[in-house]
Design a protein around this ligand. Sequence first.
Ligand code: AGP
Length: 606
Amino acid sequence: MCGIVGYVGERQAAPLMLDGLKKLEYRGYDSAGLALQHQGINVIKAQGRMDILEKLVHSREHVGNVGIGHTRWATHGKPSDENSHPHCDCSGQFAVVHNGIIENYLELIDELKSSGQQFASETDTEAVPHLLSTMWQGDLLSTLMAITPKLEGSYALAVMSEKSPDELVAVRHDSPLAIGIGDDEYFVTSDIRAILEHTRDVIYLEDGQFARLTPRGVQVFNSDGQPAEVFPVHIDWDSEAIEKSGYPHFMLKEIMEQPDALRNTIAGYLAEDDEIRFPDVKLDAGEIKDISKIFLVACGTAYHAGLLGKHLFETMLGIPTETDLASEFRYRNPVLQPDHLVIVISQSGETADTLAAMRESLRRQAKVLAITNVVGSTIAREAPNVIYTKAGPETAVASTKAYITQLAALSLLACYVSRVQDNKWDKFKTLLQGLREVPHLAEQFLDKHKDSVEKIAKDGQHWRDAFFIGRGLDWAVAQEGSLKLKEISYVHAEAYAAGELKHGTLALVEEGVPVIGLATQQSLIDKTISNIKETKARGAYVIGISQFPERMTDAADVIIPLPKLPDPLMPILSVIPTQLLSYHAAVIRGCDVDKPRNLAKSVTVE
Ligand code: AGP
């Protein structure tokens, strides 16, 4: 995720911003830059790590006690010097850094180009300084207020201008931004760990709020331009807690970030008019129309995401689809043809088995598309077609927000293929509508049920074996839930197709054995519930997960209710309680949640 640091005060801004940006490196980035106000705006920026930017800044004296800095996690436009932030207008009188996604950037840029503006980058962000320049109102904050109604999407912006050299202005819309209050110096940042060595007194801007920072102080305004009542908070985190934004573990932080990760991923590709754009997918309409078979190839959690893809591509598109574990695929002599599409899924983009499977597919002349979370990763660089999940860096070994954004990306891809193949498009319109609701419904679920799920997981202390069961997509999520529980709490867990239990495994179900029963697929719910009842009749302790809790009252000992979505999208919600159950079970068992034994975040060996 990108990082923003800005400064106004008596000290030189450059060293403070370099320091602050380095504290945001953990968030993952591919380029960095800063702008300083001194006899005009001086911008220093480059692709690559912070040490490259530091060398540039130290290569000559850079003065200025007003500045903005940024670490970029590429969403629109590949990692490059030109695409790094800050971005300026043609005159260089305005400089902007931005977190988030401006969804309507293409139309804004078209308008600006037709009025003569020249663009230097491929980013959505660069529309902002040109808007500021063309809509200048004589005052920097008023101008920022004037342009924001034209912006659609999510944005945290910090802006400086030669026209108003001793101030910074900022606005927050869906993307976090905070103001640091120092001794006669003020900071703006997307992540307070960047400034905590200078001040622990911060104001978290609310959505739609603006701020003006000058050496004389900070003013905050509501979206209507009226002064806002602000409530500075004092942060007393220790340094480790700061890394996790106050959460006890990265895994919990990343579970809680899932609504934003979904928002960024869906908004990054789905426009207001239902247009879906994948800027890094080069397959043309003819190639897409010719796809006769799809292979979804991945490892671990990414493989479980592929199970949703199979459902979507087969049942909604009618395209034969196989799912393969990458470690098996590469050695099973797969029968591939030029009209076959191999989709590799990898959070890290570095998993050896998945990389090898992709290379083997390319060697066998299949079409290849990668879904990955890391721009510039090996898989991203070698795949001819790429869809980036915009989950931001995932630090915990157990994958959560990357998985959920892989499901969103696969849903969007199925809609995209459907539109090109012009079949069953109406079915997908319902799916797209559901996708738009997903981030909010995920947020709603977490707000309402995270504590009750934690209570249920308290039992995890005593679990020895656990079963996750379901049918269809519920079985797919059961497989992901069982992996999560195994890998971080070390409880032996199995996922089972609910209809298969009676063919043997039911023998293992005895008094008190926890069974997590997923029942979200309406076409299968009756059968699923009767299978869950079979386990309960043999003494299982059943945790039911469903958007129809009323259907599970006599099948489950405790029920976790979900919001309602179309069946194909229910995995995006039903996986969340399984993540929380696994997390809290691991915590109560005293496990190393973020770094479970024997495991690595990215398995770059066979
Ligand atoms: C997920 O919780 C595990 N850490 C693991 O299964 C992981 O999903 C797998 O190693 C694939 O990693 P990738 O997505 O980075 O390729």
